[in-house]
Design a protein around this ligand. Structure first.
Ligand code: AMP
Ligand code: MN
Ligand code: MN
Ligand code: MN
Length: 284
């Protein structure tokens, strides 16, 4: 029965801004009783091979995934590609461009920090020293480590978040294009954490409608950072637009005790699970 499976379809490794290597992440998930896990690093599939090898060893169902940065009306939106083919040529090329875009954006952000009197060049070097694609999380950690913020959250509050002096409006590819990459690579597109975007209820509904029209399959109805109220609202949107539902913790670090791997609520009644029929015998 799918309702008894422990499933987590949204997690990060050191290939983006998580703190566990892909193999450590899979080991951590297996120890937590997770039976089906998607690795969904920001704009990269570089960790999938290592994760897949660990998953085979531990008999865990590894869903090849990625969390792609997209744009919808000047708003940064995250599209999860699930069951993507890591060998798909168009997707690989697109993700290479996304990674380049991330380096360009990081340079801009660090230049803005320099203008504020901070050591932008040193921060840029610190971020690029990480093995994964550069993200604002890495920069927030570098700002905290160098004493320019009390913690990563504080760095977002002071410099990196929306409306702050080192924030730049998203320049990611359009939502329709990103959904197209996922679908063309044999995967299915799932809109990540729909309640986290700074949108009115009406705009959120239009976003979900356009996502569905572009070929999206699912909404992340249950996410680690939100409660039952969020799930109910997302379930209603999924039903309205004929989308399936997904569950994912958005796990980054084992020391974030409020966001553990795999310990997620069930999908609200009536929402069809995105994993139905896609997870071997256990997921049917
Ligand atoms: P990026 O994709 O480079 O824009 O970085 C976004 C990542 O930064 C997200 O995936 C989160 O992991 C992290 N993040 C975004 N906003 C915050 C925040 N306010 N506090 C802490 N981390 C955040
Ligand atoms: Mn992240
Ligand atoms: Mn996200
Ligand atoms: Mn994520």
């Amino acid at each position: 029965m799918s309702s008894t499976l422990s499933i987590d379809l949204h997690t990060h490794s050191t290939r983006s801004d998580g703190s566990l290597t892909p193999a450590q992440l899979v080991e951590h998930a297996a120890a937590a009783g997770v039976e089906a896990l998607a690795l969904t690093d920001h704009d990269t599939i570089a960790g999938l091979e290592e994760a897949q090898a660990a998953a085979r060893r531990l008999r865990l169902d590894l869903v090849p995934g990625v969390e792609i940065s997209a744009r919808w009306r000047h708003q940064a939106i995250h599209v999860l590609g699930l069951w993507v083919d890591p060998a798909a040529h168009q997707l690989t090329l697109a993700l290479e461009r996304q990674a380049e875009q991330r380096v360009v954006r990081m340079r801009r952000i660090c230049a803005a920090l320099s203008k504020l009197g901070l050591p932008g060049d040193e921060l840029f070097v610190a971020v690029l020293a990480h093995p994964g694609v550069p993200t604002r999380s890495h920069l927030a950690a570098a700002l905290a480590a160098s004493g320019h913020a009390r913690c990563a959250q504080d760095a977002f509050r002071k410099y990196l978040g929306r409306g702050r002096p080192a924030h730049f409006a998203a320049d990611w590819p359009a939502l329709e294009q990103v959904v197209g990459w996922v679908v063309d690579s044999g995967g299915l597109a799932c809109l990540a954490h729909p309640a986290r975007y700074a949108l009115s209820a009406g705009a959120r509904s239009r976003l979900v409608g356009e996502f569905a029209a572009a070929g999206g399959t699912a909404l992340e109805v249950v996410t680690g950072a939100h409660g039952a109220q969020h799930s109910g609202a997302c379930a209603a949107l999924a039903l309205k637009f004929g989308l399936q539902g997904s569950v994912g913790s958005d796990f980054h670090h084992p020391h974030f005790s409020w966001n553990p791997l795999g310990r997620l609520a069930k999908l609200p009644h009536g929402v069809e699970p995105v994993w139905c029929g896609r997870l071997g015998a256990a997921g049917t």
